[in-house]
Design a protein around this ligand. Structure first.
Ligand SMILES: [Zn+2]
Length: 443
């Protein structure tokens, strides 16, 4: 069973990974684990017990995987309301690790792991990295933040489990990141996609050509990003870029990851059961339909999660992947249901702005949306950084660029926005997740 942690097995015998378990065996395992986790949640966690009692479905009613849909949802506010330890199903003496994520308001949400949970987390990250073509002998720089955030330590344990050499740089200090990448012969980078964009820009300023380095793989996650951004990253750095998915409430990074087909992200379904529901009504939707991803942990001990609403909008891809994994895939997540901006009654997602900009030569994928309200009317301004060459060109070129962006955005969004071109590096950079939207509208 521990074949997944054996680097040689990862290299030579991919069929030994649980990723390739025959479908009927996988479904049997899922049902067995689902019944166990629902029973654990009911027995040990008051919130789950009360919810199940009030909806009239108790653990013994779960006889098939479709019975899962009879159970109530769990939301982020449940984690806030039970702060700090109200959802734990294990006594504190069995909890070996706590992580927390900063909420936008007030208290953070807290998540817990037993030793077995940490081992599962490591094993799914090993499977992620193996699916990206990484193995024993790779040198992996982990530039996700280390600390309460799950990104850094999660990727770190996974890389060690794979048998790679880990360079735990954590976030920040771009010049040092680039120096170590070069001097240590780093072959794989793990960070947020926007941070890697920042490193691409900074490397160019320092005269370091990333394409000449041994770096060949990037595993990017913790924020939604687009196919156009992947194309940009691959073109500018010469690497193969993979999308990894996860969230602290479920385990951290490693819930799912792309394989080398780059056709969606395989979910490690033996540990995390995915459903897609209508975000408005909560009704389950069939595979292939777009909706909100809901996840149930199948093996988590310290903090099981039943039907957690991720707010991420995607769909389950119905066809099998060419790589042969039996694990179902989700589409790349471009947006979250709570990312949606409503501007003059029109739904706008920041990812639409990003995709439009990446089609236009001369712009950098750095932008910021500024929302204001003037005389009761919403105004949207998109600030776009342009390449230094553009600012050196004649003023006519800038005007042409501005009108190209204007018409691209009008076309994609269906509303009139104001476009401001700004110099490279003039929009504030975050070391981790990008701050794409500043909303100064007051109710
Ligand atoms: Zn695949």
């Amino acid at each position: 069973m521990n074949a997944t942690l054996d680097a040689a097995a990862v290299d030579c015998h991919p069929a030994s990974l649980p990723d390739f378990t025959p479908l009927s065996d996988l479904r049997d395992l899922q049902l067995q684990r689902l019944q166990a986790v629902v029973a654990l949640a009911y027995r040990e966690v008051e919130l789950f017990r009360n919810r199940m009692n009030s909806c009239g479905t108790v653990p013994s009613d779960i006889r098939s995987l479709t019975d899962l849909a009879r159970l109530p949802f769990t939301t982020k506010s449940d984690l806030r309301d039970t702060y700090p330890f109200g959802l734990f199903a294990s006594p504190m003496k069995d909890v070996v690790r706590l992580h927390a994520s900063s909420g936008t308001t007030g208290k953070p949400i807290v998540v817990a792991y037993t030793q077995k949970d940490v081992d599962v987390w490591t094993s799914v990250l090993v499977r992620c990295f193996a699916g990206c073509g990484l193995h024993h002998g790779d040198i992996m720089q982990v530039a996700y933040g280390y600390g309460l955030f799950t990104g850094g330590l999660g990727a770190h344990y996974g890389a060690e489990g794979l048998g790679a050499t880990v360079v735990p740089t954590s976030g920040g200090h771009a010049d040092r990141q680039i120096m170590l990448m070069k001097d240590f012969g780093v072959t794989a980078m793990c960070c947020t996609p926007t941070y890697f964009l920042h490193l691409i820009d900074r490397a160019a300023e320092l005269g370091v050509d990333l394409k000449t380095l041994p770096l060949r793989t990037g595993v990017f996650g913790a924020e939604p990003w687009t196919e156009s951004m992947r194309a940009h990253i691959e073109k500018m750095s010469g690497i193969e870029a993979f999308d990894i998915y996860g969230l602290s409430e479920i385990i951290g990074p490693g819930v799912g990851c792309e394989c080398r087909q780059h056709q969606g992200l395989h979910i490690f379904e033996d540990h995390f059961y995915p459903e897609i529901v209508d975000p408005e009504t909560g009704e389950p939707l069939p595979d292939g339909s777009e909706g909100e991803l809901v996840l149930t942990t199948l093996s988590k001990q310290a903090m099981p999660m039943i039907r957690y609403r991720t707010r991420d909008i995607t769909r389950i891809l119905p066809d099998p992947c060419e790589c042969g994994r039996t694990l179902r895939r989700i589409d790349r997540i471009g947006r979250r249901s709570d990312d949606m901006l409503i501007i003059r009654g029109v739904n706008v997602f920041p990812s639409q702005v990003e995709s439009a900009l990446l089609q236009i030569e001369g712009t950098l994928p750095h932008y910021q949306i500024l929302l204001t309200r003037q005389q009761g009317l919403d105004q949207m301004e998109v600030r776009v950084e342009v390449t230094p060459q553009m600012f050196n060109d004649k003023i006519g070129a800038l005007q042409f660029l501005q009108s190209s962006i204007q018409s691209a955005l009008d076309h994609v969004l269906g509303i009139r926005v104001r476009v401001s071109l700004v110099e490279a590096n003039s929009i504030e950079r975050s070391e981790g997740k990008a701050k794409r939207v500043i909303d100064r509208r007051t109710a």
